[in-house]
Design a protein around this ligand. Structure first.
Ligand code: PMP
Length: 420
């Protein structure tokens, strides 16, 4: 049977799938094969992937494919039988964390990891209140949809949730002040805080890095009020930010719980929560946690292969080197294109804010969509983020090289030129 055309597949998809699905790009992209930083359509046209952080060590990485195939052919069960794969992985993964973060519980998705972290935080703090950023995204469950304002404008948030400003270095928000105000509001309403939950790179808010001491000061206030600090590393974790393994390590403050996902299995669904054993002990005394697929041998072998490749190929150092190089190039483009208001980010997690007017900082939402689509037409995949969708999100696999960065810069220059 011949493969369907893009139009045929689109029509069938709209007919068969629920209405909440969304596609990227005005002209939908239909890749059929991936390798390294490249995705190929059915005509074998290569697209440079500068967007997918899940395939962090490269699409279809052979070491991960092999690990999955070999373990699948031998045994795949669950964590109620004794198997070395989860223990081997947990011991090895935990060497990547500060000593106090000494336990791992495995899940299948980042959402399940955040959901579990909230349960552990509530159980240990005795509180219910949660602080998240104004345009946060933390996942798909009911509990997480209530703390993910970026799902839709005007989405009702739960009464125990308070919104704080992301540490916006461009428009200069005051992160610490907004945390203090949210805690005060909780006190006024008789809500006891359970946790501050933040994405360490503030991805959906627009890609921000807290200034020195900012996060530590905010966390201190939360802890004094009895709440925990949960670092959501689903986006920045596993070396992406270049300077450190985990985004939270840019700050001296150590989280109570850390949630992992996306790049952890390079496309295989595996995720988890790392944290202080005392927190899991308290939770475990009260209830059991069994996730049917979480921590199965195949997932553990996939995740372990990812960790090894990350180390063997020094991909964190590459993220720093190529990320810095790419940012330099983007700053050079900003010298020629007025539309670029700000270039920011860490390692290979870069945000390029597009504005209609540099002094008024007016979000250039339409132009940003045009750039994202123009890049797709020029065979480079990126996307947009932020409450006004005016920040280019550049987040390639960590095997991205300077040559790939040059290609992206050349195509971005051409796209911006064509918009004038
Ligand atoms: N946290 C953050 C910061 C995320 O970006 C995402 C996914 N986009 C999640 C959690 C949820 O992960 P998953 O889709 O694997 O459930």
């Amino acid at each position: 049977m011949s493969s369907p055309t893009v139009a045929q597949l689109l029509a069938r998809r709209q007919h068969a799938l629920g209405a909440s699905y969304r596609l990227f790009y005005e002209e939908p992209f239909a890749p059929v094969r991936g390798e390294g930083v490249w995705l190929y359509d059915k005509d074998n046209t290569p697209y440079l992937d500068a967007y997918n952080n899940v395939a962090s060590i490269g699409h279809c990485n052979p070491a991960v494919v092999r690990a999955i195939a070999e373990q699948s052919a031998q045994l795949n069960t669950h964590t109620r039988y004794l198997h070395p794969s989860i223990v081997d992985y947990a011991e090895d993964l935990l060497t990547e964390f500060p000593e106090s973060l000494n336990n791992l519980t495995m899940t299948c998705t980042g959402s399940e990891a955040n959901d579990l972290a909230l349960r552990v935080a509530r159980c240990n703090s005795g509180g219910t209140g949660i602080l998240v950023t104004r345009w946060a995204y933390h996942g798909v469950t009911s509990a997480l949809a209530e703390i993910s304002p970026s799902l839709a404008t005007g989405l009702p948030l739960a009464s125990h949730v308070r919104l704080i400003d992301a540490p916006d270095s461009y428009r200069r928000s005051d992160f610490v002040d907004s945390v203090k105000a949210a805690l005060q509001d909780m006190r006024n309403q008789g809500i006891k805080p359970a946790a501050l939950l933040v994405d360490s790179i503030f991805s959906s808010d627009g890609v921000f890095s807290p200034a020195d001491g900012e996060l530590a000061a905010a966390v201190q206030c939360v802890r004094e009020a009895g709440g925990l600090y949960i670092a959501d590393e689903v986006q920045p974790g596993f070396g992406r930010t270049g300077g450190q393994r985990w985004g939270f390590q840019r700050s001296a403050v150590i989280p109570d719980l850390v949630t992992l996902g996306k790049p952890m299995g390079n496309g295989h669904p595996v995720a988890g929560v790392v944290g202080r054993s005392a927190l899991f002990d308290q939770f475990g005394r009260q209830q059991r946690y069994f996730n049917t697929y979480g921590g199965n041998p195949v997932s553990c072998k996939a995740a372990h292969a990812v960790l090894r490749v990350l180390r063997e190929e020094n991909l964190q150092a590459n993220a720093r080197d190529v990320g810095d190089y790419l940012k330099q190039g983007l700053n050079a483009l900003a010298g020629r294109h007025e539309l670029i208001g700000d270039v920011r980010g860490e390692g290979l997690f870069i945000g390029v804010e597009l504005v209609e007017d540099r002094s008024a900082q007016t979000p250039a939402t339409q132009a940003t969509a045009a750039v994202v689509n123009g890049m797709r037409q020029r065979q480079v995949l990126i996307s947009a983020t932020g409450p006004d969708a005016n920040i280019l999100k550049i987040r390639p696999p960590l095997v991205f090289t300077r040559e790939h960065a040059d290609l992206l810069l050349e195509r971005l220059d051409a796209t911006l030129q064509a918009l004038r």
